[in-house]
Design a protein around this ligand. Structure first.
Ligand code: HEM
Length: 402
């Protein structure tokens, strides 16, 4: 049974040096909605919420938030004006009703050429904003609500684009993800033939690959939910500080149909990114590794090079030597639980094994709960699904004479 952080004292976390223990202000990753959403939407004068429809989908509402708290980073300011422009347009669309109920001819959920072009735009965005981690978190939080015990779509949750709706963005676990949505909204606007559900997963997989991670064997064609009433209830994502982290991780990830190996491999995504106390309640406001960015400065990373995807997460959380690096209770347990530990030790030693298992687990995560049109999905990569690791050929490195 998961216990919220608010039930714990910081000293419960023996894995964290005292200076790293975070005040559980947001209470949990998966809970604490009230506190987190009150930070994001603290008052109507500071947060402006608006509905608008995108010409590119049948969705009717999307959150536009202009909040001094969550959008103060200069990295996001250009998009604020972009969103303001959209607000004007959408008011017209909503009042005219032109985009709400028109039946579209039968076609695949997303267009392969547009998916490829959108991927190029995502690469450009990554180069300028260094937003790899938050795009990965966006994809994970859309997919990670899946419940394998519910057969019906979209009640089963998962990768269906529901995270674009205000009601889900306000879940405590999703604090800060409105920034990720704002970052990719202009790409969504450009490609009417790409669903939100696909765009979230495309952005996440592209971010992993661009950060130096493995090629993810992705498929596309995810159908979007159409309204906020189709969002999952709050509380399906994991807490960072439950009383019994191993039990909690199993409860949440088994519900998604994932196993111990996949839990450990996917946790390796924390090789990228930072935790911010003003979002999740975890981590330091800044460290020597994050105070200068890139991207919006601050937060506490799990690794030194937090924009490079490699196996350093496993090495660092095993050693726990650097007070400037974060170890959540759910990270530490990967080296404490006997079953998790087998994989965590292996990944700390063998990056190739980690990359292989990560790529498979990530692809599986990205498909959870998704309804594909066409049912077999759309593959946009021509090459082999799995990038072949470069073979060591002695001759290539020889300085000797031929
Ligand atoms: C195992 C359970 C997990 C827990 C308890 C957890 C918890 C957290 C927390 C507390 C944060 C900090 C959020 C913030 O303050 O902005 C975070 C960030 C992040 N998480 Fe997880 N997470 C889990 C699994 C995953 C998985 C499966 C993935 C991806 C496959 C993932 C990817 C990320 C990334 C990339 C960030 C950095 C976001 C950024 O820098 O903006 N996490 N996670």
């Amino acid at each position: 049974m998961a216990v919220r952080l608010s039930q714990l004292t910081p000293s419960s976390f023996s894995t964290q040096p005292s200076s790293l223990r975070s005040p559980p202000m947001a209470s949990s990753l998966g809970g604490g909605a009230a506190s987190s959403s009150s930070r994001l939407f603290s008052s109507s004068s500071r947060a402006r919420l608006s509905l608008f429809s995108s010409p590119s989908s049948s969705s009717l509402s999307f959150l536009s938030l202009s909040s001094s708290a969550s959008l103060k980073s200069p990295a996001f300011s250009p998009l604020r004006s972009h969103l303001s422009r959209n607000q004007g347009r959408s008011a017209f669309k909503l009042s005219s009703g032109r985009f709400s109920t028109v039946a579209s001819p039968k076609c695949a959920a997303s267009n392969p050429d547009q998916l490829k072009s959108a991927r190029e735009d995502i690469k450009e965005l990554l180069k300028t904003k260094f937003c790899h981690p938050i795009l990965i978190r966006l994809g994970w939080h859309d997919a990670g609500t899946y419940n394998k015990n519910i057969e019906e779509w979209p009640q089963r949750g998962g990768a269906n684009g529901s995270l674009r709706f205000e009601v889900e963005l306000k879940h405590g676990a999703n604090a800060g993800l409105v920034n990720a949505l704002n970052l990719i909204q202009s790409i969504k606007d450009k490609y009417s033939g790409v669903t939100y559900a696909d765009l979230f997963q495309l952005a996440s997989a592209t971010a992993i690959e661009e950060a130096g991670g493995p090629k993810i064997p992705m498929k596309y064609g995810r159908v979007d939910v159409t309204g906020p009433e189709q969002c999952p209830e709050e509380g399906r994502l994991p807490d960072a500080g439950p009383l019994s982290p191993a039990d909690h991780l199993r409860e949440v990830f088994y519900r998604m149909g994932l196993n111990d190996k996949e839990i450990v491999a996917l946790s390796g995504a924390h090789t990228l990114g930072r935790s911010r106390p003003e979002r999740s309640g975890w981590g330091k406001p800044e460290t020597k590794y994050t105070k200068d960015g890139p991207g919006a400065p601050g937060g506490q990373s799990w690794t030194v090079q937090w924009l490079k995807f490699d196996n350093s997460y496993f090495k660092d959380i095993k050693e726990k030597r650097d007070q400037d690096l974060l170890v959540l209770p759910t990270d530490a347990v990967l080296f404490e639980d006997p079953s998790f530990k087998v994989y965590a030790e292996k990944y700390a030693e063998d990056q190739e094994a980690f990359f292989k298992d990560y790529a498979e687990a990530h692809a599986k995560l990205s498909n959870l709960g998704a309804k594909f049109d066409p049912p077999e999905g759309i593959v946009i990569d021509n090459g082999p699904a799995q990038a072949a690791p470069e073979k060591f050929v002695a001759a290539n490195y020889s300085s000797g004479k031929d």
